[in-house]
Design a protein around this ligand. Structure first.
Ligand code: ATP
Ligand code: MG
Ligand code: FE
Length: 350
């Protein structure tokens, strides 16, 4: 199916177009520069930027794919989770286009879309699979039996998300925002074994209740303490070593728990999605550890890991192909959409 996807859950206005598993267009407008001086995304600023960018981004995607609205089989849009005002812009636009072009609309889950996007790079996802979702707002391990039917949460962060930890540590190192790519770059010049930072929820006592959960807030505090001690002693902070050691602590825990989840559930495929999946060390370590157990790791290229419209189109395409009923036209922008809901259901017959 030919599906267009609209993404506006955070600070990226994305419109992607796919045919089956083939990516035809992926247009993106980001307001990230407007948030940089605040050290985080400002919801009102993001909403206004989406409003300005949505129509031109839509036009760019259609031009790039060389299709018209009339050619589409469906329009998919991120219904949630995300920033309420930001989501509303995408949902309203999608409704307008769907109504005008008389096309079915699918309100989809942003997190499921982060999982679905891998099909654009590696083809159909072998199921069951374990999905590790690591982004600015989420860090979860999910069991995926059939993505069109929903996912089963195995564990999640009990405090900060992995991307949030990257952003906060980058800020305290004075690297800028968003922090993930900047730490990734600084770490290349550093020694990952220089500082032994804590690995959250990996103690034997955590095995029972938190085997597949994560905690990154203690790690962030440990980095802050370590940096403060240096500064107090009047010593220079070795940014590359701190970056590499911090990154190693995050990636060590993420990959160990993801592989454990695969082995526990007898699953041979691990798919990683979300902005942190762009991390170079995470990709290498996951690959190395999975190989020992005959597990295949799928990580889409970095561009597809962070928010974009193609991921929404990819999930829409999968839903259309599976014969899932479209959403009703009054579908909500649901900032707290449950992880277990892959798409907004159609209206029940009266
Ligand atoms: P969510 O998907 O949970 O709603 P989001 O939309 O803000 O959150 P994404 O765009 O999926 O998140 O990811 C952004 C996050 O990914 C940021 O925290 C950013 O620092 C992090 N990130 C991006 N690239 C890298 C990288 N190379 N290494 C580590 N983290 C990265
Ligand atoms: Mg973003
Ligand atoms: Fe995201």
């Amino acid at each position: 199916p030919l599906v267009l996807g609209i993404e506006t859950s955070c600070d990226e206005t994305g419109v992607g177009i796919v045919r089956g598993h083939t990516l035809l267009a992926d247009a993106l407008a980001s307001s990230v520069d407007q948030h940089a001086r605040f050290g985080g995304v400002v919801p009102e600023v993001a909403s206004r930027a989406h409003l300005e960018a949505i129509v031109p981004t839509m036009q760019r995607a259609l031009d790039e794919a060389k299709v018209t609205l009339a050619d589409l089989d469906a329009i998919a849009v991120t219904s949630g989770p995300g920033l309420a005002g930001a989501l509303l812009v995408g949902v309203a636009a999608a409704k307008g286009y769907a109504l005008a072009a008389e096309k079915p609309i699918y309100g989809v889950n942003h997190l499921a879309a982060h999982v679905a996007v891998d099909t654009l790079e590696h083809g159909p996802l072998p199921e069951p699979a374990v999905a590790m979702l690591v982004s600015g707002g989420h860090s979860s391990l999910l069991l995926v039996d059939d993505l069109t039917n929903g996912v089963t949460p195995l564990g999640a962060t009990i405090d900060d998300a992995a991307g949030e930890a990257f952003d906060k540590v980058a800020r305290l190192l004075g690297l800028g925002f968003p922090g993930g790519p900047l730490i990734d770059r600084a770490a290349r010049e550093g020694d990952p074994a220089a500082i032994a930072f804590p690995r959250g929820l990996t103690a034997p006592k955590d095995q029972a209740a938190h085997r597949f959960d994560f905690s990154f807030s203690g790690l962030k505090t440990a980095v802050a303490r370590w940096v403060e001690a240096r500064e107090r002693a009047g010593e220079k902070v070795p940014v590359p070593d701190v970056s590499a050691s911090f990154q190693e602590a995050v990636c060590d825990v993420l990959t160990a728990k993801a592989i454990d989840a695969c082995r526990t559930h007898g699953v041979q495929t691990l798919v990683i999605g979300g902005g942190v999946a762009a991390n170079s060390r995470l990709r290498v370590l996951a690959e190395q550890r999975a190989e020992k157990h005959g597990i295949e790791v799928r990580v889409p290229r970095p561009q597809l890991c962070t928010d974009n419209g193609a991921m929404v189109a990819a999930l829409g395409s999968r839903l259309v192909a599976a014969g899932v009923a479209p959403s009703h036209l009054d579908l909500p922008a649901d900032s707290a959409m449950a992880l277990t809901a892959v798409s907004v259901p159609g209206r029940k017959p009266a």
